[in-house]
Design a protein around this ligand. Structure first.
Ligand code: C2E
Ligand code: MG
Ligand code: MG
Length: 761
């Protein structure tokens, strides 16, 4: 029993137990004390009986005290066993089975059953049975003394108490039982309801038209709905247990996945677009929300991916974009794309333009006539053929659009800051467009080829920080109008002045290209003489004998040639003819030198030295009589390559001269490291040397440095005797070149003057 008391029975500490303990405690305490008091009036008083009733009463009292301290199980045990013991002792005194106290036992058994459960009840029943057996045995053996006359009052209280308590305990138990039944019914009803709700939710998830994927915290798939299976082509078994990255979010870029994980780690939902792939490899564009699933305690147990297929919507949006930005006939971008591009090219307002772009508007000449003659279907085909032809010659990064009807536009990007150069490029490209259209166009379903001229209007863009796309289009439109009015097949600039400059330079470039092949270039020679006035050689200076403009000086066409590869072919021509000249006996016999100017672009050609070697070999010119003049800019740009090439030339025997010395970056430091043999003092220093102290000092400096390095010095632009004297006084071995000794003249004339008889040979 002690063991049973010690066992914690929290199950019994429910509301019914508490009520029963309280009622039983009060009943035992009241009945015990009232009977105890009543028995005290007996004659004679039976002290043991009185004491036993008070003991029973105190059992009730202690049980109530325990109950107050919430020790319900202990209180219940005390009541059951305490009352059983006291009642048994009273019963033993009252004649056992013959006494009135046996009523207690059924009540106690019922109470024990409710309060303490099966085990205690079985024990109680067993003990009671043993007790009853004992009583019966004792009765048979006549052990019990004859029972004293009962105290009727006490008996009445006892019976009333027992009855009341039994009734109270039974009603309490019934109430508890009914409560429980109702509770059970309520729970059952709510279970049914929640199961229905769950089923509804499950069906909603399962049958949702959008994909739903549930993963564990390691992103392994635990559930996919039917839409997912249908949409991706994966079977459910294939996917469940696999990584989301392999099946569900299989198109997510690593950076995007990192972002997603970081968002989920913060406990937030991630939303974004993903391009994932079906099992058959087809792309699937999805709008995806990934959200953590939380348990009631707030912890995250899963993630759910809600995926909406937006492939079609995207496709429709793309189609709308295409329709809005592309011309449906030619598939070229349309006017709105042009405006957008111009807007982008303008960059941020407020800043001066960092580079020029050109907008060219091209309009087919006599397209209306063509349309009327051959029908609009052929007209459409012609427009498509024109679009194709134009796009074939379009440089990278430029834009070709069909603006409207037979009007096309080209945007040329990044033509540089130099406005006149940009204009020239634009004009050259306009001509290219026009030439491209002159080739006959094959039209499907028409035996006759089409050939149409085109007019082009050009403007540069942006012309100021506030220049807008509409302004540019308006300018190009006006230029196009002018070109049309000029009779078609023309290109016109909006900026008339620039048009003229660009047109002139462009024309010059085109004509010069032609001139080289057509033999319009001429070599002029300008003598170089020593201080005694003896000719030591000449500088070769190129001229252009233009059929319309007459003799053009190099200052006009060399800079234009230097902007393109023209300078290379021009330089090659000069060098080849200079070598041929040098091979003439007059040079060889008199040891006369020829100096040839080289442009940096020409010198930097990969095979330049090989070319010089081949030229010398083929013409038979003596390399030791040839001087190549380079400028300091060339040296600066790629020092190592330049020095390497100069060394190779030195090995051939060819001299190198540093032209226009003093005007460039002249660093005396690198002069030491350059394998050159000559410097040419620029004429600007020579002019002022006798009269300007600064220039005089400079020239003296150059002369002393040259002397130190053992370099030959040529003074350019010597025009007066004073200049010549200034120089010869300081450098007796100086070579003069200048109008004082002779102007540049045609090579044949120079030779004829030098050796009249030989020159005629
Ligand atoms: P540069 O090499 O410095 O040529 C000397 C220029 O000074 C020549 O002008 C010459 O006519 C001029 N000159 C000579 N003596 C006097 C003088 O006493 N007073 C004045 N005021 N000028 C004098 P040019 O022939 O007009 O050549 C100009 C530049 O064109 C040359 O300058 C050279 O840089 C370039 N050039 C000429 N021919 C060629 C060539 O074949 N190839 C290359 N790449 N450049 C060339
Ligand atoms: Mg020169
Ligand atoms: Mg010079």
């Amino acid at each position: 029993m002690a063991e049973a008391l010690a066992v914690p029975l929290p199950d019994h500490e429910d509301a019914t137990t508490r009520h029963l303990v309280r009622v039983a405690g009060w009943a035992v305490m009241l009945i015990g004390s009232v009977i105890g008091l009543l028995l005290m009036w007996d004659e004679p008083v039976q002290p043991v009986r009185v004491a036993l009733n008070f003991v029973a009463a105190s059992v009730g009292g202690v049980a109530l005290l325990l109950a107050r301290r919430q020790r319900w199980t202990q209180a219940a045990h005390l009541l059951v066993w305490g009352v059983w013991v006291s009642v048994s002792l009273v019963a033993a005194r009252n004649g056992g089975v013959n006494g009135p106290n046996l009523l207690n036992y059924p009540v106690l058994i019922v109470l024990t059953g409710w309060l303490l459960g099966v085990r205690a009840t079985v024990i109680l029943v067993g003990l009671t049975a043993l007790l009853f057996l004992g009583f019966i045995g004792a009765d048979i053996l006549g052990v019990f003394k004859p029972v004293q006359a009962a105290n009727r009052m006490a008996t009445a209280v006892y019976l009333a108490g027992i009855l009341s308590f039994t009734a109270a305990a039974t009603l309490l138990s019934r109430r508890s039982y009914m409560n429980r039944v109702q509770e059970a019914q309520r729970i059952a009803a709510s279970l049914v309801a929640s199961e229905a709700a769950l089923r509804k939710l499950l069906r909603a998830v399962e049958q949702s038209p959008e994909s739903i994927v549930i993963t564990d915290l390691d992103e392994n798939v635990e559930y996919v709905n039917d839409a997912f299976v249908r949409r991706t082509g994966y079977a459910r078994d294939e996917v469940v247990g696999g990584a989301s990255a392999s099946y569900s979010s299989n198109g997510l870029a690593p950076a995007q996945r990192e972002g997603l994980r970081a968002t989920l780690a913060r406990g937030d939902s991630w939303a974004g677009e993903q391009v994932n792939y079906r099992k058959d490899g087809q792309a699937l564009i999805e709008s995806v929300v990934v959200a953590p699933i939380r348990q009631p305690d707030g912890s995250v147990s899963h993630y759910v991916e809600l995926k909406q297929d937006i492939t079609e919507r995207k496709r429709a949006a793309d189609e709308i974009h295409r329709l809005a930005h592309f011309d449906s006939l030619t598939s070229l971008p349309n006017r709105s794309t042009l405006m957008e591009r111009l807007q982008v090219l303008r960059g941020r307002g407020g800043r001066p333009p960092s580079t020029q772009h050109a907008l060219l508007l091209l309009d087919l000449d006599r397209f209306t006539t063509f349309n009327d003659a051959r029908g609009s279907e052929m007209g459409d085909r012609l427009l498509c053929a024109v679009a194709l032809r134009l796009s074939e010659i379009l440089p990278a990064q430029s834009l070709l659009v069909r603006v409207a009807g037979d009007e096309f536009a080209v945007v040329l990007h990044g033509l540089g800051v130099d406005v006149s150069l940009a204009g020239r490029h634009a004009l050259a490209f306009a001509e290219k467009l026009q030439t491209a259209l002159l080739r006959p166009l094959r039209l499907e379903g028409d035996a006759q080829d089409a050939q149409l001229g085109a007019s082009v209007g050009i403007t540069l863009y942006p012309q100021s920080a506030s220049d807008g796309a509409h302004d540019a289009l308006r300018r190009a439109g006006m230029a196009l109008h002018r070109a049309k009015q000029a009779g078609g097949g023309q290109a016109a600039f909006f900026e008339q002045g620039m048009g003229e400059v660009a047109e002139q330079r462009f024309r010059l470039e085109r004509e010069l290209r032609h001139a080289i092949g057509a033999g319009e270039l001429r070599l002029h020679l300008q003598s170089q003489v020593d201080v005694q006035g003896q000719i030591t050689g000449a500088e070769v200076l190129v001229r252009w004998q233009h059929p319309r403009d007459g003799l053009v000086p190099p200052g006009v066409f060399i800079p234009i040639a230097e902007e393109s590869d023209l300078i290379v072919s021009l330089g090659d021509w000069v060098l080849a003819h200079a070598c041929a000249l040098l091979a003439q006996p007059a040079f060889r016999e008199r040891r006369l030198r020829l100096s040839v100017n080289l442009s940096a672009r020409q010198f930097r050609q990969a095979g330049f030295v090989t070319q010089v070697r081949a030229l010398l070999a083929s013409t038979g010119a003596d390399p030791r009589l040839l001087t190549l003049e380079v400028t300091e800019g060339l040296v600066i740009e790629d020092f190592d390559d330049t020095v390497a090439k100069m060394r190779e030339l030195a090995v051939l025997g060819v001299d190198i001269s540093l032209d226009d010395f003093g005007t460039g970056y002249s660093s005396l430091a690198y002069l030491k490291r350059l394998p050159i043999q000559e410097i040419k003092i620029d004429r600007s220093f020579v002019h002022e040397a006798p009269t300007n102290a600064d220039d005089g000092v400079l020239v003296e400096g150059i002369l002393s440095v040259a002397r130190h390095f053992g370099l030959r010095v040529v003074a350019e632009g010597v025009e007066t005797q004073a200049q010549a004297d200034f120089l010869s006084l300081r450098a007796p071995d100086i070579v003069y070149q200048g109008y004082l000794f002779g102007r540049p003249e045609p090579d044949t004339q120079w030779l004829a003057r030098l050796v009249p008889a030989e020159a005629l040979r």
